[in-house]
Design a protein around this ligand. Sequence first.
Ligand SMILES: Nc1ncnc2c1ncn2[C@@H]1O[C@H](COP(=O)(O)OP(=O)(O)OP(=O)(O)O)[C@@H](O)[C@H]1O
Ligand SMILES: [Mg+2]
Length: 251
Amino acid sequence: MNDYILETENLGLRYGAFAALGSVDLKIKRGSIHTVIGPNGAGKTTLFHCLTGERKPSSGSIQFAGHDVTHQAPHKRVAVGMSRSFQITSLFQNLSVRENLRLAAQGRDGLAALAFWYSENHRRQHSDKADEVIERIKLGAVADTYAGELSHGQQRVLEVGMALCSSPQMLLLDEPTSGMGVDDIPVMTQLISELGQDHTVMLIEHNMKLVMSISDRITVMHQGNILIEGEPEVVSGDERVKKAYLGESGS
Ligand SMILES: Nc1ncnc2c1ncn2[C@@H]1O[C@H](COP(=O)(O)OP(=O)(O)OP(=O)(O)O)[C@@H](O)[C@H]1O
Ligand SMILES: [Mg+2]
């Protein structure tokens, strides 16, 4: 089996004359926690959007788990094992944690799930998946609480849980700690680290303490391109990285 679950070649995305992504060659090792960092506007989210299919790249290709997914629709990528975290805004505030997760588990079957002949067996599978994920994300105590009544930190954890419902091989998490209070960050750090034991995790994150403590590899982006890539110790000591961040605050 190929060591790399995801490989991009010359991946680029232009908005008119502006290259939000220049030419990105990225390789993500199967089973690793691979974090993408970089100053605001570096192209991290744009890269994610190209990988998950929300944006069409202007150039290059994306190989995922043996499939060329470059031109595939987002749901097809989910079907072959790629899943990104949802946004709080896409949680159903008036449904319980369990109901949100059941809907996410059902999402994979699309509209078929609404049909009257849709089997009891399938429904049970979705409930089982929801229960399994609740345990995984340790929200058992609030399983029947409305999503809207959860703390911000718990909502962010639920978002990650929603992504787990499609039983992905690879999870893509864009700033899972954003807006979180400092007290909630260790819980998210622990969760991502645990998920890294049986998933490939691709993470975008600004919290350096979290990044340095759980990443196997770090890619630093700057102005739409990869600046450097390496293990945390190598990246944190690199002068070019410091410069890229200083350049941001100086502009
Ligand atoms: N729809 C769009 N049209 C034009 N430019 C865009 C569009 N979306 C993003 N950009 C630009 O592309 C660049 C990269 O944006 P992106 O959101 O990928 O950055 P980021 O690294 O995720 O930053 P942050 O850390 O702030 O989330 C930015 O300069 C942004 O303004
Ligand atoms: Mg972003």
